[in-house]
Design a protein around this ligand. Structure first.
Ligand SMILES: Nc1ncnc2c1ncn2[C@@H]1O[C@H](COP(=O)(O)OP(=O)(O)OP(=O)(O)O)[C@@H](O)[C@H]1O
Length: 240
């Protein structure tokens, strides 16, 4: 379980990301949604400990990430910009990352390469890869150590629809297991609608709406998303 306790990140006097009170439970898939610049990446980087909040705490089962280094092993992270060693082959990159975790299980790596349709290209150097191929390698690198919590910043942007479908199925299976949780940011309302159980909508640094247990609701997330953004815009309009 992840709890945000009065978390603020102030970049300058004009902009602040604020997560006052939010709780993310195991066995759920959460999506951070919102317009460009709403604060999704900031929220994700704070959750990972890559960005220090100006104040407030983010607790994993009651413990701050920087208070227990072993907690970080539970996390798998896919950045919005792939950070790969371009002179390595895709396979070498994945082996390198899994080696850092002390866990090189080639059979599992082959399975993931196959799932993401990149097995045939695994021995090519990364510099020759397309954006989508790099994204697939980044995702596999985040999965090799069998994390409990997956945090993904815009994971679907460069992927083709066939792979998105398989990846969504993978995430659905992943999150059913004990203690698993997925949190991702996206602009892809369709992807969010089909897999997330809960959505958190941000605007200008604030959470303006959360939707729980989306599955089974008659209204689609897209409708809920635009309604809440429009309501919020009219709130701004009426202030002037
Ligand atoms: N290092 C930084 N210094 C100053 N301002 C920053 C910094 N990083 C982000 N910001 C500002 O914080 C705001 C939120 O940025 P963030 O990247 O979190 O948004 P986002 O919702 O992920 O956007 P997008 O959908 O475009 O990726 C933006 O106004 C951005 O300019």
């Amino acid at each position: 379980m992840i709890v945000y306790d009065n978390v603020h990140k102030r970049y300058d006097k004009n902009f602040e990301v604020v997560i006052r009170d939010l709780r993310l439970d195991a066995n759920h898939i959460y999506a951070f949604l919102g317009e460009n610049g709403a604060g999704k990446t900031t929220a994700i980087r704070m959750t990972l400990g890559l960005l220090k909040p100006s104040c407030g705490r983010i607790l994993y089962d009651g413990i701050e990430l920087n208070k227990n280094v072993l907690l970080k092993k539970k996390l798998g992270y896919v950045s919005d910009v792939p950070n790969l060693y371009e002179s390595l082959t895709g396979f070498e990159q994945i082996q390198f990352i899994s080696g850092l975790y002390g866990r090189v299980e080639n059979e599992y790596i082959y399975e993931l390469l196959d799932l993401f349709g990149i097995y045939e290209d695994k021995d090519q150097i990364i510099v020759k890869y397309s954006k989508g191929m790099k994204q697939k390698i980044s995702i596999i690198c985040a999965l090799v150590h069998n994390p409990l919590i997956l945090i993904l910043d815009e994971p679907f942007t460069a992927l083709d629809p066939g792979i998105i479908k398989k990846f969504k199925k993978y995430l659905n299976e992943f999150v059913k297991k004990e203690e698993r949780l997925v949190l991702f940011s996206t602009h892809d309302l369709d992807a969010a609608n089909t897999i997330c159980t809960d959505a958190i909508i941000m605007r200008k640094g604030n959470i303006i709406q959360t939707f729980s247990e989306l599955k089974g609701e008659q209204r689609q997330l897209e409708q809920l998303y635009f309604e809440s953004i429009e309501q919020d815009v009219s709130k701004y309009d009426s202030a002037y």
